[in-house]
Design a protein around this ligand. Structure first.
Ligand code: NAD
Ligand code: MG
Length: 400
């Protein structure tokens, strides 16, 4: 076994086999003297998890799907890899809170990331937060736990990471205290920005997942195509930056070069620019407050040549309006929004409903359930469960 440098940071990557997980390992590999992997986790992809264990030799791996675990266990033993294999959500929570872990990359997709990410928060870790759904579901609770346990929260979502980079240290006390009046989140508009509205009914999951600027997991790719992703990000921004919904603007910016902006009281507007590559925010959050190379090519402004901006069209992107309405309603409404969206997106990816049915499922779920104060984890999880049930009941009406 290699001797670990005492300054080296131990890292757990929740969701290591996904797009963010793979990019995180790429950055870590470039700085093996500064970071070592303590645990890697996957839902079902035992093949990729095995390859990652062989390469990074973590002390622990978690395969949530217990049925596939014996096969992986055998392969790990046969390869001489000393990794201990755990299963289930308990396994995720355990590796998120291990004493030898300093940083936790929260990169599980969807509500499934909430409990393990909260376990890392409660253990006072540095959380690199990609799993925006956790914050959308439980923002009030989540931020309180961060505060109570002295955890450090660094945003990985490129827009929030950009805003973070444009804010001075100390913004936690509120944006107005540091002279910031507004935040502007940029959005590419996804693959259907210019598709004729009538044609949107017929679009396929493959077309929806073909994002013009980013390579991402399938769920967030569909969210980008409906612009629910930007809606979730407005909610995420309000919690992360302790700000009001009407202080968070969304601007279409098809080139995805400006990742977001902070508007100061004196008229200054600070922006963070870069090639669209998630290794930049990942390296930023791993190294903060220092800087590290990430493997991302420097931005060539001459090649970029022009930057365009436009207002988002809410008729084309009703999900953005639904997200803002849920945010205004407050309480469990955003957990309901998130759960209904997850059900609708999964059904669209399975070709059970059409693309334009996604906002219909979400709207009717939000209409069916009252929002309650989201002041305990039980209340949030119950809202999530009920919303999934109602959203599922809506599907047969839509499926053709
Ligand atoms: P992905 O689908 O590529 O990967 C998801 C990961 O989560 C995989 O490792 C998978 O095994 C794991 N997972 C899925 N379901 C699980 C479950 N039920 N229990 C435990 N683990 C489970 O997704 P991604 O694109 O890497 O996105 C991950 C998160 O990061 C999402 O919340 C997304 O919104 C956010 N994010 C992603 C990007 C991006 O560029 N990919 C950018 C910003 C934010
Ligand atoms: Mg984003």
């Amino acid at each position: 076994m290699d001797i670990i440098n005492s300054d080296s940071r131990g890292i757990t990557i929740l969701g290591s086999t996904g797009s963010i997980g793979v990019n995180t390992l790429d950055v870590i590999k470039r700085h093996s003297e500064r970071f070592h992997v303590v645990a890697l986790t996957a839902h079902r992809d035992s093949k990729r998890l095995f390859q990652q264990c062989v390469e990074f030799q973590p002390a622990f791996a978690v395969l949530v799907d217990a049925e596939k675990a014996p096969g992986l266990q055998q392969r790990l033993e046969a390869s001489g890899c000393g990794t201990q294999l755990l299963t289930g959500v308990e396994g995720l929570e355990r590796v998120a809170a291990l004493a030898e872990v300093d940083y936790v990359m929260a990169a599980i997709v969807g509500a499934a990331g909430l409990l393990p990410t909260l376990a890392a928060v409660r253990a006072g870790k540095r959380i690199l937060l990609a799993n925006k759904e956790a914050l959308v579901m439980s923002g009030q609770l989540f931020m309180k736990e961060v505060h109570d346990h002295g955890a450090q929260l660094l945003p990985i979502d490129s827009e929030h990471n950009a805003v973070y980079q444009c804010l001075p240290v100390g913004f936690e006390r509120g944006l107005s205290k540091v002279g910031v009046e507004r935040i502007v989140l940029t959005a590419s508009g996804g693959p259907f920005r210019d598709t004729p509205l009538e044609a949107l009914r017929e679009v396929t999951p493959e077309q929806a997942c073909a994002h013009p600027n980013w390579v991402m997991g399938r769920k967030i790719s569909v969210d980008s195509a409906t612009m629910m992703n930007k809606g979730l990000e407005v909610i995420e921004a309000c919690w992360l930056f302790n700000t009001q919904p009407d202080q968070v603007d969304v601007v279409l910016h098809p080139q995805s070069v400006i990742h977001s902006l902070a508007v100061y009281a004196d008229g200054s507007v600070l922006a963070q620019l870069g090639n669209p590559d998630m290794r930049t925010p990942i390296a930023h959050a791993l190294a903060w407050p220092e800087r590290l190379s990430s493997g991302v090519k420097p931005l060539d402004l001459i090649k970029v040549a022009r930057l365009d901006f436009d207002a988002p069209d809410l008729d084309r992107f009703p999900c953005l309006r639904l997200a803002r309405e849920a945010l205004e309603a407050g309480g469990t409404a955003t957990a309901i929004l998130n759960a209904a969206n997850e059900v609708a997106v999964a059904s669209f990816l399975q070709k059970r409903i059409a693309f334009m049915d996604i906002p219909i499922v979400i709207d009717s779920t939000l209409e069916s359930l009252d929002s309650r104060p989201a002041d305990s984890l039980d209340v949030v999880l119950e809202a999530d469960r009920l919303a999934r049930q109602i959203a599922h009941q809506t599907l047969p009406r839509l499926a053709s």
